[in-house]
Design a protein around this ligand. Structure first.
Ligand SMILES: [Zn+2]
Length: 240
């Protein structure tokens, strides 16, 4: 197992390029492990970053990033740099920034719906263009959707700052509202946890990447509502 320093934690999410050394190179499975990385590994409903690695006269495309067997593997499309090589990494910023905006929007919507309808977030998946959240128990009508949209856009217009920091697990568990997130899904040995705070209106543990202020979301629109079985409602949304 080769450990990597995660460069975007706890709140360095706007850096787009970095230098690192290859500490493991696997040519059969086309991946490298780096001593440090800015690439987000798929997890928590947020897709992996994509981008490029450059070294000497070479360049290769990072197509996927996964945490497997305790190490962060960068799967590449092209040639695989050798162990010991120093690489320059560049993440696809347009894709990452869309995920950051969408992930922060997901937190705002989850918080708003818990407050207004006492419905918990049962699942979520962020994409670049449209994202989804499943709520339970929930049964929204048109008026509810309008009310959710209005409240989320009010929070966006207030341009509230986010704060991301490490926090002792028991302190963060205490601060996280009942039903806001499923703390049991986070392995119990992880302590401290990273806390994502939106002003003083929301706090929860999260390993994803986020914007610095709700104003960056610009405008929130609910695109679709779907019933996903008894008591579960899916909201599909986009950002302007
Ligand atoms: Zn999150």
């Amino acid at each position: 197992m080769s450990e990597s320093e995660i460069l975007y934690y706890p709140e360095n999410e706007y850096q787009k390029e970095f230098d690192a050394t290859v500490i493991k190179s696997n040519k059969d499975e086309n991946y490298v492990v780096l001593d440090r990385t800015l690439f987000y590994k798929e997890g928590g409903g947020q897709p992996a970053d994509k981008g490029n690695l450059f070294w000497n006269d070479h360049e290769t495309h990072v197509a996927d990033v996964q945490k497997e067997h305790g190490e962060i593997r960068h799967y590449v499309d092209g040639s695989v740099p050798e162990e010991g090589v120093e690489v320059h990494g560049q993440i696809n910023w347009e894709r990452r920034y869309s995920h950051m905006r969408m992930h922060t929007a997901q937190h705002v919507v989850s918080m708003v719906v818990l407050d207004m309808y006492d419905a918990s977030t049962a699942g979520n998946q962020v994409h670049e263009d449209r994202s989804r959240i499943d709520f339970e128990p929930a049964d929204f009508d048109e008026e509810d959707l309008e009310a959710i949209e209005k409240e989320v856009n009010r929070i966006i217009d207030e341009d509230i700052s986010l704060d991301k920091s490490e926090m002792d697990r028991d302190v963060l568990e205490e601060k996280t509202e009942e039903g806001r997130t499923n703390l049991d899904l986070i392995p119990s040995h992880i302590d401290p946890l990273r806390a994502v705070k939106i002003g003083d209106i929301d706090i929860c543990p999260c390993g994803g990447t986020h914007v610095d202020s709700t104003g960056e979301l610009e405008e929130f629109n609910i695109e679709e509502r779907k019933s996903k079985g008894q008591d579960v409602e899916r909201i599909i949304f986009s950002l302007k």
